[in-house]
Design a protein. Sequence first.
Length: 143
Amino acid sequence: MDVGKALTTHLVGRQLAQVRRREFDWNFSFGDDAVSGLSVECPWRIIDANRIAFSSSDDGHKFGLATPLNGGEVALDLLGAKTIERVSIRSDTGDISIFFSNDSVLEVLNMSSGYEGWNIGIPGLSVVATGGGELAIIKRSEP
């Protein structure tokens, strides 16, 4: 099964609707259906205008600004008005890249040989990036 193709088929044309930092992870929601969500427990970054525009490690830092950066707000500002064009998953590391219009990319970097890095669910399918870069693919029957 080409997981990237299955995710692309479901997510293409959607937009990033919400980004929330939770206690131990980040949650990215795409559209109004609650199943289309990406939970991330590893580093992520946004590439925009051919540079790193923001990363999860920037959250809460001031960088000379008056107030600390809110990662959810910044990510939504950078990607929220853009549409998803395709999804790609590296077969050797389990990194996932979500490509948006105007050459913007959300890259999630699976960084552990032992811990799960991210998981995503769409109708009928859940994908988990396991430690070491492999994928656990769970097909679900929908009611």
